[in-house]
Structures are given as C-alpha cells and as structure tokens.
Design a protein around this ligand. Sequence first.
Ligand code: UTP
Length: 297
Amino acid sequence: MNRKVTKAIFPVAGMGTRFLPATKSVPKEILTLVDKPLIQYAIDEAREAGITEFIFVTSRGKGALEDYFDHSPQLESELRNRGKTDLLDIVKGTNMDSGAIAYIRQHKALGLGHAVLCAQRLIGDEPFAVILPDDVIAAEKPCLKQMVDAYQETGGSMVAAMEVPREKAHAYGILDVDQQFGNLMPVRGMIEKPAQGTEPSNLAVIHRYILTPEIFKHLSRQKFGAGGEIQLTDAIAKEIELGRAVNGLRFEGQRFDCGSKAGFLKATISFALARDDLRDELLGYLHEFVSIDKAAQ
Ligand code: UTP
C-alpha cells in the first residue's frame, strides 16, 4: 500500500465538560496556550508532517472552530494599515486554503472510534493520521513527523507511545509490547483502560495514530467498549488479532494532557517559559510565589 500520509482526522466532537463553564460557548479546542488555540498546535504539527487535507469531526456548538480557520480580510487590512506586519503574518499563518479543510458532524458522542468512523468517506483507500488536539506535544521534531518518517520503513499502522507510572496505567490505552525492540516496536496487543494491576506494560498510547482504511471495517462492526463508547483502541487491537502489523513509536518530546485542567496549566507555564517575551517576568513571578508559599508553611 501507498505510504504517503496526506490526510488527517481531528476528532473534536466531545463536549469538553472538564472545562465548563468555558466550554458552554467556546469549543475546548479554541482555548489558548499563551495566545495560540490548542487546535492551531495540532494543525501546525500536522502540516510539518506533510498533511495537506484536514478533516474535522465536529458536533453542535463548534461553529467558532470553523470561523477560526476562515480568512479575515478586514482584520488583515487593518493590521496592514497599522504596519503591524508581525501580527499580520501570525494571522495569515492560521488561514486554510479553500478545499483543504472539511467538517463532518458526529451527531451523537458515541466515542473516539465512532468519531473516526464518521470520516470514512473522506479518507478513501489510503493511510491517514488521527490527531487529538487535547494532547499537545512539545518536541524538536514534531511527533507526527517522527511517526510519518518511521512509517516509511514499517508500513502497517502506528501509534504514538509514552511511558507512564504503573499506578496511572488504568487511565490510558496500554500496549502489550516487548520493550527490547527500543523506540520502535511491534505491538502484540492493546487494552483500553486496563483494571489496576492487569496492564501488560507501562507504555501508554498517546493520541497520534497512523491507520489504514481497514480500520473502518472493525469500527463499523464494533460493540461499545470501555466507558460505553466505541473505542479506537479496540479496533486497532482487532487489526493485531488478524495478524496485521501495528507498531508503537516511543516518540521524543514532552506530552501535555490539555484535556485536563492540571495538564492545561502545566502546558501554559511551559510554553510561556519557552518564550523570550514572557520568560523573565513569569519566572520572576513563579520564584516569588514559591518563596512566599514556602515561608507560609
Ligand atoms: P474526551 O474523552 O476528552 O472527551 O475526548 P471530551 O468531551 O473532549 O472532554 P471531557 O472529558 O468531557 O472534558 C477525547 C477526544 O475525542 C473526541 C473529543 O473531542 C476529544 O478530542 N471525541 C470524543 C469525539 O470527537 N467524539 C466522541 O464521541 C468522543
């Protein structure tokens, strides 16, 4: 099969209840780390990996997401007139070409696997990527690019993997792998949210995938799994059962779970500290804050 990956699915149909009340009117994916929405980090990562077609699986109330990717001629001309060329470049960098972006509705939140299934007709017969904007990964070489490069050698399907503490494994999809293979390893099995103590390893799936269209067959036949949802992990596990190659790539980089409040705050601090215009002031504040806190104890 062709190993060129040019399409990516972004499942963004969830309600984002952990960020209520903000998500009552603002999609979670528009929330910003410093000044850039989560979705822009995901799009930038996909572009750097060679993705040219962007498929969003959305739901009611996600209109702001569609507006975000529209061109904004009035804003652009205002910035041009005021000579704000830096800001103009930033705004232009968020524009998407007509036809490069598609929106599909998931009418009922039946799970991540179901969201991916909704995009079936737009994928056709080629491998594709899936990116969840909740997982933001800071890396010198973007995570999806690391995967696409490894995929040129391996083919099959691929999932991004990261070590997690054993006591937290029950919150993730966990890989059954032989870790002697190093960073790129064949996957023997996968289990979504294993009961404590039953996890086959401490390697968790992080939400970056390269999949083949065969996955849609499993998703369309699949029963509801963990949490009463149609799980993508179960469909990938089915591929493995059928003897198809699925590889795990332990990527290089730091992953932030921006679907949780603590993860979102950690990412905000980390991304702000990486910026020249914010670092000194923020670091000064953090030092001051920590010393006041210590003195109070
Ligand atoms: P989450 O489990 O984090 O759910 O979904 P959520 O609704 O976004 O957030 P909380 O838990 O209520 O705070 C993980 C990802 O899968 C997508 C979500 O949009 C999110 O990107 N998803 C989940 C769908 O697109 N459809 C679904 O049916 C479920």
